[in-house]
Design a binder for this molecule. Structure first.
Ligand code: SAH
Length: 346
């Protein structure tokens, strides 16, 4: 789905290969890369240390695609900013900037829509549209920094879409993001969240990129998990946990588990016990999030229930915390801004 002329989607090696094939000096790739990913120019004519003929060739061959913010909501309480971006083909994705003591963190989307079908999630209701290109994933960082004049110090791939269902483009995005001639972000500052595409978790472990793997678990029981997350029918919990252990063995990175607490679905003492035995002996962290209610479903929870469940887990020796609630005054659960934009209330 990468348009050949989408220059922000090319790794430095791909750019060098194009230059070489075009009879240009491959070392110019680093120069061009710095213009695109460090200075973040919007046009080739700004690349002042390149010859005019080369700039003309580049602009004949490539475009520096832009994504357009069509809505921006800013929390008065904690500085959280939610942005809705329109992609060049009219699809929309959401990006959220959150402020923490250790710096600003950006939650990025990897697909327009999603085909995983998790019951509680707004991003999947209208189905899957397409994969984002590496450039579109990166542009969420660049545009958000440009618009908000804030500096992002960490990234979570937890927006719309399933990152491991867009594996090649996400890996390419990570390569460009961590390139010394680009943003040069250490991938230790990146978390990738997955509903559990086990085969791809093994692939990711092989690459050993240094990022944190976050698993959306949401229930320790296959029956309940399959009801909440259809992907569990293909990759049951035992296989998922095996892949997590492999990820830790290969990368030395502890696994983070996401657990969206839902009243009467996954919040009993038996759930806590089963969750505890599932993660025991594995260096891990469990993040409890009270489920964000969406209007299409009746799932509910609240912070006090999350705190109670978390305490229970901690008393069993599980390393668990309740995720801070940010942007409560601009409350729109992930995927809801996009849904409003693409399907305005009749
Ligand atoms: N597809 C990936 C990443 C996107 S979702 C994944 O499944 O992990 C990011 C996180 O938000 C996941 O843990 C997901 O299960 C969770 N999530 C989705 N909808 C939610 C909701 N309504 N309330 C709480 N968490 C939700």
């Amino acid at each position: 789905m990468i348009r050949l002329n989408d220059i922000l989607s090319l790794t430095k090696e791909e750019l060098a290969a194009w230059l070489e094939a075009a009879g240009e000096k491959p070392f110019r790739a680093a120069q061009i890369f710095r213009w695109l990913h460090q200075k973040r120019v919007v046009g080739f004519d700004e690349m002042s240390d390149l010859s005019k003929p080369l700039r003309e060739r580049l602009s004949a061959e490539f475009e520096i695609a832009r994504i357009e913010p069509v809505r921006l909501l800013e929390s008065k309480r904690d500085g959280t900013v939610k942005l809705l971006y329109r992609l060049p083909d009219g699809n929309h994705v959401e990006t959220v900037l959150m402020s923490y003591e250790h710096g600003d963190s950006l939650c990025i989307s990897t697909q327009a829509g999603c085909r995983m079908g998790c019951r509680f999630c707004a991003s999947t209701i209208a189905g899957f549209k397409r994969n984002l290109t590496p450039g579109e994933i990166l542009s969420q960082l660049y545009e958000t920094e440009r618009r908000t004049k804030r500096k992002v110090s960490s990234i979570v791939l937890m927006g719309i879409g399933e990152p491991l269902d867009n594996f090649d483009n996400v890996v390419k995005f990570l390569k460009i993001l961590s390139s010394p001639d680009g943003e040069n972000m250490s991938l230790r500052h990146v978390s990738l969240s997955t509903c559990g595409l086990v085969d791809r978790i093994y692939d990711l472990a092989e690459l050993n990129l240094g990022l944190t793997l976050s698993i959306s678990l949401h229930s320790p029981y296959d029956e309940k998990r399959s009801e909440l997350m259809p992907i569990n029918r293909r990759y049951p919990i035992s296989e998922l946990i095996k892949a997590c252990r492999d990820y830790f063995a290969k990368t030395g990175r502890r696994i983070s588990f996401e657990y969206a607490l839902i009243d009467g679905e996954n919040d009993s003492e038996a759930d806590a016990k089963a969750l505890c035995s599932l993660v025991s002996g594995m260096p891990s962290h469990v993040n409890i999030i009270p489920v964000n209610s969406i209007k299409e479903r009746s799932y509910r929870s609240d912070r006090s229930a999350a705190q109670r469940f978390c305490k229970l887990l901690c008393s069993m020796g599980v390393n668990a915390t309740v995720r801070r609630t940010l942007g409560a005054d601009i409350n729109a659960a992930c995927g809801q801004l996009r849904r409003e934009e693409e399907q305005p209330a009749k």
